[in-house]
Design a protein around this ligand. Structure first.
Ligand SMILES: Nc1ncnc2c1ncn2[C@@H]1O[C@H](COP(=O)(O)OP(=O)(O)OP(=O)(O)O)[C@@H](O)[C@H]1O
Ligand SMILES: [Mg+2]
Length: 276
């Protein structure tokens, strides 16, 4: 499905991603971990064509997406949606319009400027918000929502593109543990129910272990680990993070497990997910 072949990115004298090679045979939930500067974001940005690779090929269903240009490149970018740590919503715009912006690649500028959306698209956007447990937020401005809700709006915007792949760059790094769990559960569910591949850069080991089928560890631009979470021992983690024997897993922990359920709408949603 995806074949990454020697993908490399050089910035001046610094090799940010060094000969990355792996393949994804079937839709999966993949976590990329590694310390700051390991090349995780650069890799996702190359995959989404936000930045050009220096070398290598990245085949998706047989086509090298790194070589696409113009309309074909934009078509790939809509098949391969991206989610960011800072949500990247338009803060003063309402939630539904933010979600509808997932269709931007496919629409004319005039219609977008005047916020003219077909009713079918608006209904679909609301259905997606509903699926993520935030339909009642639809008319609000994005900036009025909590971080966890905003990230779910960003996921809804990604789903509006009906992507085959969702790339998430530290999707929970700005969230408290409760919201982090809601957002990770949503990504996992999208993978499980829709069969979309999710590739997420994660800054904590426990999240990668808990949510992913496969973990890729990067260090200094290179892939130094690629395996199932059960192979990700403390020794393997130490190797990825380049830490000595004083390395403590708690340093990369989000303590998602230590949550106490409460009663806000978000939390009720989280509780529902947990009992399903
Ligand atoms: N636009 C750029 N110009 C020059 N160097 C860059 C650029 N973007 C990234 N780098 C460098 O490439 C390397 C990898 O950076 P990258 O942001 O991919 O790391 P990361 O694993 O995502 O780190 P973090 O966990 O801090 O987000 C770093 O050495 C970084 O300084
Ligand atoms: Mg990064």
């Amino acid at each position: 499905m995806i074949s990454v072949e020697g993908v490399t990115k050089v910035f001046g004298r610094n090799t940010a991603v060094d000969n990355a090679t792996f393949s994804v045979e079937r839709p999966g939930m993949i976590g990329i971990i590694g310390r700051s500067g390991a090349g995780k974001s650069t890799f996702l940005r190359m995959m989404n064509r936000l930045t050009d690779a220096t070398e290598g090929r990245l085949l998706f269903e047989g086509r090298d997406v790194l070589a696409l240009k113009g309309a074909e490149k934009r078509a790939w970018q809509s098949q391969c949606a991206m989610i960011f740590q800072q949500f990247n919503l338009v803060p003063r715009m309402d939630v539904v319009s933010n979600v509808l912006h997932g269709l931007l690649n496919r629409r004319g500028t005039m219609a977008t400027m005047f916020n003219l959306w077909p009713a079918a698209d608006i209904n679909r956007a609301i259905d997606i918000l509903d699926r993520l447990g935030i339909a009642e937020q639809a008319p609000k401005r994005a900036e009025a929502l909590s971080g966890g809700q905003q990230q779910r709006v960003a996921i809804a915007r990604a789903l509006m593109q009906d992507p085959k792949v969702i790339l998430a760059d530290e999707p929970i790094a700005s969230l408290d543990p409760m919201n982090a769990q809601v957002v990770m559960d949503a990504l996992r569910r999208i993978h499980d129910e829709d069969g979309r591949t999710v590739i997420a850069n994660l800054h904590t080991l426990d999240t990668a272990r808990r949510y992913c089928d496969r973990v890729i560890g990067m260090r200094g631009g290179r892939i130094v680990f690629d395996g199932t979470p059960d192979l990700l021992t403390t020794a393997a983690a130490r190797e990825i993070y380049g830490a000595d024997e004083n390395f403590s897993e708690s340093a990369t922990s989000t303590s998602i497990e230590a949550l106490e359920p409460e009663t806000s709408a978000d939390e009720a949603y989280a509780a529902r997910l947990l009992t399903n």
